[in-house]
Design a protein. Structure first.
Length: 164
């Protein structure tokens, strides 16, 4: 893994949704919803386990179009319903080795009937084998958040709690 002196990405994204905070929070924390949007365009999610409580598991397996499985495993560090979520999402290889150690912080702010979401992604460490993923991280998160927005809007017309 890369040391503390290496330049590692730290990204911040802000989006505003025409949806209540409760729904945006649910789309981040419900395993069904996470499976609909997690990962860049073209990836599918054959496994989504999300236990949104402090110490709870975050595990999502991403499947690329060429059949490569990319497990992403972490733990919830902070969960304040409808306001703040902090969790790790570490990219693993097939042998279970951590390639990228990441912490994600999501804050949700109510703006009338809309929700302002800020996502802060901080890479804590990275294995040299993950250099390509590090280089494309901003584009990957941009595409992921596009998919997230689609999932929020798909559920926004069904009330604050969304639907499944």
């Amino acid at each position: 893994m890369a040391g503390a002196t290496d330049k590692l990405p730290e990204l911040t994204f802000t989006r505003i949704f025409d949806a209540p905070r409760e729904l945006v929070f649910k789309v981040w924390t419900d395993p069904y919803h996470v499976a609909q949007w997690w990962g860049p365009h073209g990836l599918t999610i054959p496994l989504s386990r999300v236990d949104a409580r402090v110490g709870g598991l975050f595990e999502v397996h991403m499947l690329t179009p060429d059949g490569t499985l990319l497990p992403c495993v972490g733990e919830f560090r902070e969960v304040v319903p409808y306001e703040r979520i902090v969790f790790s999402s570490n990219l693993m290889n097939a042998e279970g080795e951590t390639l990228i150690d990441v912490v994600n912080t999501i804050t949700l702010e109510e703006i009338g009937s809309r929700t302002k979401m800020t996502l802060h992604v901080k890479v804590l460490a990275a294995d040299p084998r993950a250099a390509g993923s590090i280089r494309t991280m901003e584009q990957g998160w941009t595409e992921t958040l596009e998919r997230f927005a689609v999932e929020v809007m798909r559920n926004a017309g069904t009330g604050p709690a969304g639907s499944r």
